[in-house]
Ligand binder design. Structure first.
Ligand SMILES: Nc1ncnc2c1ncn2[C@@H]1O[C@H](COP(=O)(O)OP(=O)(O)O)[C@@H](O)[C@H]1O
Ligand SMILES: [Mg+2]
Length: 316
């Protein structure tokens, strides 16, 4: 199979913010590999439909022909519009999208992620989507997750912001009052773990675990292990079963590239969230693995598979 030289060099990286470190890192690494990355910012895109079955795309108001591979790097906070645009890209069938829109929309929501994983039989922490915040209802919610302390989270938070440990009703009530006006959905989750202030990040690329680190908070009174909050990342060597679990989770969620967060419990590692736009710098530093390169290499392999299938389809 032959791809045109210019097309072979193209790779689209889809984002909501071209200045993000992780985007710059992926761009640089693909350039190092001799590619010509195109950073597609959703706010520069117009999408259009017309008959019959015509799906067009404009970038900065110019007609845009999509690269044959697009790496989706939408973070959890990405607006719905950015996912709508990505679904439109999918409809054109011009490109293979790495981390498809629907799958990314599940991952960016911590409740939906737990829902899907629980439905497939994986162990997850007891989690309740908070509906009413009336006293009687809240009492029920707290009981459902096993009492205090419990973890209150925005369903679409990231970098540890939007995660609060609550020890009593007074705090729960006042935090809920604070966020009520934003109308952001919240979950209450069972506080889990046998290692306080520690979690594990498994980086999956192409449904394989390529790097794993242990993250530990450096602050005495902090329970969140996120590097963005000052946590320390160190290389971690997972067991075979842990690797299997991470791969099974990525397959269940159909996310070939993702960062899975685990907490160690008496029952083994339990997932708490899955990130589509997991940061790269910290884990590369902690493990010495060139994660960015692995991501770009995977995209190129998938592009070849996709074009190969397309050529076969057209010649049939
Ligand atoms: N159920 C839980 N029990 C104990 N600690 C938790 C729980 N959920 C989250 N944490 C801690 O809070 C951190 C941030 O939570 P996480 O769900 O990963 O959200 P974020 O998207 O902000 O990273 C985790 O890395 C972990 O250290
Ligand atoms: Mg996390």
């Amino acid at each position: 199979m032959k791809i045109k030289q210019t097309e072979a060099k193209r790779i689209g990286i889809y984002t909501i913010n071209t200045q993000m470190k992780v985007i710059k890192r992926l761009k640089k690494e693909s350039e190092r590999m001799g590619l010509k990355p195109e950073i597609i910012n959703y706010s520069d895109v117009h999408i259009a439909v017309s008959s019959p079955r015509k799906f067009s795309i404009y970038l900065k108001n110019e007609k845009y022909s999509l690269p044959s591979v697009i790496l989706n790097r939408l973070p959890a906070i990405a607006p719905g519009l950015s996912l709508m645009i990505l679904s439109h890209f999918e409809r054109t069938r011009r490109s293979v999208i790495i981390n498809r829109a629907f799958r990314a929309s599940v991952a960016r929501d911590k409740f939906r992620t737990m829902q899907v994983l629980a439905s497939k039989g994986f162990e997850v922490p007891n989690t309740v989507l908070i509906g009413s915040s009336k006293e009687r209802d809240l009492k029920w919610v707290v009981k459902a997750v096993g009492g205090f302390p419990a973890i209150l989270k925005l369903t679409r938070g990231s970098l540890g912001m939007g995660v609060v440990k609550v020890e009593n009703f007074a705090t729960l009530r006042s935090v809920l009052d604070l966020v009520k006006r934003t109308r952001k959905p919240m979950i209450l989750q069972q506080f889990i773990g046998i290692e306080p202030g520690v979690d594990y990040r498994f980086y999956v690329v192409g449904y394989k675990v390529v790097a794993t680190m242990k993250r530990s908070t450096r602050k005495k009174d902090e329970f969140r292990a996120n590097l963005a909050l000052g946590g320390k990342g160190t290389k971690y060597i997972p067991t075979k079963d842990e690797v299997k679990l991470a791969i099974a989770l990525a397959n269940t969620l159909r996310l070939p590239i993702c960062g899975i967060d685990f907490i160690r419990t008496e029952k083994g590692m339990m997932p708490i969230e899955v990130n589509v736009n997991a940061m790269i710098g910290g884990i590369e530093k902690a493990t010495g693995v060139n994660v960015a390169r692995k991501i770009i290499e995977y995209c190129i392999t998938e592009r070849e598979k996709f074009l190969g299938k397309k050529i076969r389809r057209n010649s049939q």
